[in-house]
Design a protein around this ligand. Structure first.
Ligand code: ADP
Length: 188
């Protein structure tokens, strides 16, 4: 059986959003991106958006309580499966996710980690900055996001490895090459 409840892990710029968009088409399950949901909240100037904006612009993480609440809302609707992108990002969020899924009588099938070379991903993000103009895609913030990833999110690799859920795939190369590796790893 192929995986349908998937957490995507990887440094900023490793290609999580890009691969998630491909997987949505291949597997027919929704893409749940806390980054996209937070950007929508910022654009709509909701109370969550107002709290999140300064943190996001500085490359810092938004509080666990806020992201756990928005993830919970979306997960409840994703009965057939999901691709979680950008959540969990801390150990507290990973533990909360396990609890949320348990409440839904569900569990994760796998954590797919995209590995990438730091300088290559900084290059990718700087290029994305020119195209999309995201507020957090400038060099200083990108370096801060990398640091936050290393300190707060990278420990999740061990968390999922210990649970036998971790699958690591190289995120380097073309989108198609990475997708081929991802599908192979998911047995999809
Ligand atoms: P990236 O391209 O860096 O992987 P995302 O688009 O996933 O970034 O998220 C952008 C920003 O939104 C993050 O730098 C962070 O401030 C905030 N954010 C997104 N998801 C989370 C989360 N699970 N916990 C805390 N903050 C988050």
């Amino acid at each position: 059986m192929s995986a349908s409840r998937i957490v995507l892990l990887g440094a900023p710029g490793a290609g999580k959003g890009t691969q998630a968009a491909q997987l949505v088409e291949q597997l027919g399950i929704p893409h749940i991106s806390t980054g996209d949901m937070l950007r929508a909240a910022v654009a709509a100037e909701t109370s969550v958006g107002l709290k999140a904006k300064a943190l996001m612009d500085a490359g810092q993480l938004v509080g666990d309580d806020i992201v756990i609440a928005i993830a919970e809302d979306r997960l409840g609707e994703a009965k057939k499966g999901f691709i979680l992108d950008g959540f969990p990002r801390t150990l507290a969020q990973a533990e909360a996710l396990d609890g949320l899924l348990e409440k839904l009588d569900s569990s994760l099938d796998c954590c797919l980690a995209l590995t990438a070379d730091t300088e290559a991903v900084v290059e990718r993000l700087l290029k994305r900055a020119e195209i999309e103009g995201r507020a957090d895609d400038n060099e200083e913030t990108i370096r801060e996001r990398m640091k936050v990833y290393g300190e707060q999110t990278a420990p999740l690799l061990a968390y999922y490895r210990e649970r036998g859920l971790l699958v690591e795939v190289s995120g380097m190369g073309t989108i198609e090459a990475v997708l081929g590796r991802v599908l192979g790893a998911l047995d999809a």
